[in-house]
Design a protein around this ligand. Structure first.
Ligand SMILES: O=C[C@H](O)COP(=O)(O)O
Length: 260
């Protein structure tokens, strides 16, 4: 049984316009021979690089997304970027609720819900990121936290829009330089919780929503993660920021998945 595997990276607040353009062009060149019927590849660069990024790569090879978005189309919201503005750039997807948005900038589940609805209503593929903190894990409430983030995050979203939804599970304690990657077993357990909850929210079509694992994915754990039955893809930060390294990680993970 094979499924389309998703591989993506969030460039966070790294890379200039030129760095991003070079990275994207190299990534496409390296990975061009991998059938896009078998993988979906996406990159989420910083806002200031997007208008160049959309013109420099063939989007059949790499989908491009924004790291955040306001829920309003326009208005007195200094410093925010609206869905209409992102639409004008012709982006494919919008990421909502990344751990750093929630925990560094204090975004709430209710705000993420407004953003999710706005992104879907503007036709974007919408990547909702969820994950428990280390403290919540210690208290044994990871499943409850994930369920709350999903139930509130998708409140009022009709099942007809489920085909445009992706979810990334990124435990907060696993992300970034100080993060400890989740074990494959733990990630699989949480992905099962997420899939069950998506089924409760959306019914049968919930099963078609891809759920990616993110948080210190690296060449040493990617293969073990990708073969977990409830993991549909890998959302990678640092280990994907060199095109050659990301290409290798994708190829190795795909080959490992196919060998099962
Ligand atoms: O958005 C990506 C995640 O925050 C993962 O970052 P990381 O792979 O550097 O831990």
């Amino acid at each position: 049984m094979s499924k389309k595997l998703l591989f993506g990276t969030n460039l966070k607040m790294y890379k200039t316009i030129r760095d991003t353009t070079e990275y994207l062009q190299k990534l496409v060149e390296n990975t061009k021979d991998i059938s896009r019927d078998e993988i979906e590849l996406f990159v989420i660069p910083s806002f200031t690089t997007l208008s160049n990024a959309v013109t420099c790569v063939d989007r059949q090879y790499v989908k491009l997304g924004a790291q955040n978005m306001c829920w309003e189309d326009e208005g007195q919201f200094t410093g925010e970027i609206s869905p209409v503005m992102l639409k004008e750039l012709g982006l494919d997807l919008v990421m909502i609720g990344h751990s750093e948005r929630r925990h560094v900038f204090g975004e709430t589940d209710i705000e993420e819900n407004k953003k999710v609805k706005a992104a879907l209503n503007h036709g974007f593929t919408t990547l909702l990121c969820i994950g428990e903190t280390g403290e919540e894990k210690e208290y044994g409430i990871s499943a409850e936290v994930l369920r709350t983030q999903l139930i509130v995050g998708f409140h009022g979203v009709p099942a007809e829009q489920a085909s445009k939804i992706w979810v990334a599970y990124e435990p907060v304690w696993s992300i970034g330089v100080n993060g400890t990657p989740a074990t494959a077993d733990y990630a699989e357990e949480m992905h099962k919780v997420i899939k069950e909850c998506l089924n409760e929210i959306f019914g049968d079509v919930g099963a078609d929503i891809p759920v990616l694992y993110g948080g210190s994915v690296n060449p040493g754990n990617a293969n073990e993660l990708i073969v977990q039955p409830s993991i549909d893809g890998l959302f990678t930060g640092r280990s994907a920021w060199q095109a050659d390294a990301f290409d290798k990680l994708i190829r190795d993970a795909k080959a490992t998945y196919e060998k099962q």
